[in-house]
Each structure stands twice: as C-alpha cells, then as structure tokens.
Design a protein around this ligand. Structure first.
Ligand SMILES: Cc1ncc(COP(=O)(O)O)c(C=O)c1O
Length: 370
C-alpha cells in the first residue's frame, strides 16, 4: 500500500498530461509559456480570486507575499508553531521575527482566542496555516487583524480545494499562498506554488518579485527571486485541474469514511485514539488524515510491521527547532502544539484509496493501538 498513490492518478490522466507536456516540448517556451497564463486563469477562477500569480514553490509563494508586504528586519509576523517548517522559515528569511500563537487542539490551526495578546507594535502581518486540509477560522482572524490594521496571509499549502463557510481556501484573506508539491491535494510533477489576491497593486508587485523584482526588462526597482513556475509543471497542473473537483469529492468522502470506520473500531475504547475534527463550516481535503495516539513510537513500529505506511506531520513544534533557539521559546511555551507534535501520526490518504485498503488500515490501527 502506498502512503500517497500518484501512479493510479497518472494512469487516469495520462493522455491529457502526455499531450500537454509534449505541446510544451514542441513550442519550446519552457519558462513563462502559454500554459502558465492559462493555469493562472483556471486557478483564479477556481479559487474565486481576482489574481493568481504562479510561482516556483509554496515556500516562494509565502516569501514573495511577505516581500510584497515589505516585511523585513525589525518586523514580527505571527504564525502557528505546529506546521511545516517553511511557514516560519520564510519569516526569518526576509529578516523578520516569527511570533507564534498556539493552535486549537481540535483543528491544529491558529487559535484566534490567543491572537490579540501576541500583537505588538512591531507586528506587520498574521500568517495562519490551514493545516492538514482544513482552513483556519478566517472570519475571527481577519476581524482581529483588521482592528490592528494588519494584513493576513493564508498558508494554504495543505488546503487547496477546501472551503470555509462556502468560500475557497486561498481567497479567505488579503493574500493566499499554496504549494503544488507532488503530494499536495493539487500536486505538480516537481515543485510549484501559487499566490492569490484581489488586490491589483499586490498582484503586480508579486509578479515583479517572482521575476527578480523587475518592472520592465533589466530594470529592477526592488529585489526579487527566480520564482517562476515552469511551463511543464503548469501543463501537468492543467491536466490535474480537469479532475480536481472529482478528487476533492473523493478526499472528503474517504476522510469521512475513515472517521466512521475508526469510530466503529474504537467504539469500546473511544479515548485511545483521536480522530480528526472538521468544523461544521469547513470542508477538509485531508492533505493528511492525521490521528493522535498514545505511545506513538510503538504504534508506528507496529503499523510498519503490519505493512501500513504512516508519516509524522510534524514531530517538533517550530519554536523548539534548533534554528529558532535564539528566540528563547522553551518547552512548555506552546503546550497544545507540543502535545500534538508528540502524538500525531498520519495514515495513507489519497483520492484513489479503495474501501478494502481503508478497512485494512483501520484494522491495522486497531491492532497497533493494542
Ligand atoms: C504548511 C506548509 N507551508 C509551506 C509549505 C512549503 O511548500 P513547498 O514545499 O512547495 O515549498 C508546505 C509544504 O511543503 C506546507 O505544508
């Protein structure tokens, strides 16, 4: 069994992917070719945002957003401590300081009730993460940020395709930034990412920053990056968008089915594992289907012996990463994130999981919990 099965997906879309890639090979515009423009139009329409700026990775997307907001040394940016490293890495890369706000224990997303207390005169942006495929509570976060005149950037790397109160992830705040890493809900065959905004000025800036900050050829009013998405990745993503609605529906159905099966398997001991909680106003695309168990090491070893792959997203909360030691944020500072980092473990999840595979995973979980 694969943790994420991209081969079955490829068999389904092979004619379209192959034809689109060959078209790029034939026309030869490998960088900023017509596929890139077409993809940006498709994605902007999908997300419901005025602009889409495709970029080279999710990390570049986040970093370009912060650069466009003119964030740098002396500034603070608020994010969650329980997320992939890049969420805080980009804040430090632009020279600013990451400030963490602990997460809600049910959703693992930034807890709006703790946000206001972390805002200081140096705060320049709030960057909540929509972890595991479920959006953070953006109405609550935007309202607090708005009171303090702060821009909000959604780290939507894991939530592309998810909805919050009927609106799509990526279009829930001033800027949305997503990743097209191959294992993401919408994944390329290499690295990629995208930015979304309704703001014309920011969209123009972000387009310039992804191209070395140039506003016209060889004229650079600001610094930027080699931050472009290449045409072959855009071609792959266009093929994948043809089936994306169907895949999102499958993710939602399979995630709900996992929860149902696990609830039934643990009906006699409901406290021994923790099943994902999806807020009633959210749909979750389950970038990861993540549960919590006691004695995770033993559980992990047993699952491996039973032939079921698992992964840990993520074993160390970001304030405890060695590179952030200078922030002086010791163990115990963000207890919810620290507890999650000790207990979470993700099960195989992709739109092509069969009912038999899900039953096999759940039986293994029951056995591994002991
Ligand atoms: C929450 C989060 N933020 C940022 C990123 C960075 O995206 P990328 O790997 O495309 O640079 C990822 C994915 O790896 C992620 O999961």
């Amino acid at each position: 069994m694969d943790f994420i099965d991209l081969k079955t997906q490829y068999r389904r879309i092979k004619p379209s992917v192959d034809a689109r890639i060959h078209k790029v090979l034939d026309h030869g515009a490998y960088v900023m070719g017509p596929e890139v423009t077409e993809l940006e139009q498709v994605l902007a329409k999908y997300v419901g945002s005025k602009h889409c700026v495709s970029v080279a990775s999710g990390t570049d997307a986040l970093m370009i957003a912060l650069m466009a907001l003119d964030i740098g040394p002396g500034d603070e940016v608020i994010t969650a401590p329980f997320t992939f490293f890049a969420s805080a890495e980009v804040i430090a890369l632009v020279g600013a300081t990451p400030v963490f706000v602990d997460v809600d224990p049910r959703t693992y997303n930034l807890d709006p009730a703790q946000l206001e207390a972390a805002i200081t005169p140096r705060t320049k942006a709030v960057m909540p993460v929509s972890l595991y495929g479920q959006c953070a509570d953006f109405d609550a976060i935007n309202a607090i940020a708005c009171r303090h005149n702060l821009p909000v950037v959604e780290d939507a790397a894991q939530s592309f395709g998810a909805t919050y109160k009927g609106r799509k992830s990526g279009a829930l705040s001033l800027i949305g930034a997503t990743s097209f890493f191959p294992s993401k809900p919408l994944g390329a065959y290499g690295d990629g990412g995208a930015l979304f905004t309704d703001d014309d000025r920011l969209a123009k800036l972000m387009r310039e920053i992804r191209l070395h900050g140039q506003d016209r050829r060889y004229h650079h009013p600001r610094l930027g990056l080699t931050g472009r998405l290449d045409s072959i990745q855009a071609a792959v993503l266009l093929a994948k968008m043809e089936i994306f609605d169907d895949e999102v529906a499958a993710r939602i159905r399979l995630g709900a089915r996992y929860s149902e099966l696990l609830r039934a398997a643990f009906a006699d001991r409901p406290d021994t594992i923790r099943i994902p909680h999806v807020e009633p106003f959210n749909t979750c695309v389950y970038a990861q289907y993540t549960i919590e168990v006691e004695q995770r090491d033993i559980f992990e070893t047993r699952m491996k012996a039973l032939g079921v792959p698992t992964a840990i997203h993520y074993p160390i909360a970001l304030h405890l990463q060695p590179v952030f030691a200078h922030l002086g944020l010791h163990e115990g500072r963000y207890p919810v994130s620290e507890a999650a980092a000790r207990r979470v473990i993700s099960l195989p999840m992709h739109p092509y999981l069969t009912e038999e595979q899900q039953a096999e995973v759940v039986a293994a979980v029951r056995e591994a919990v002991g």
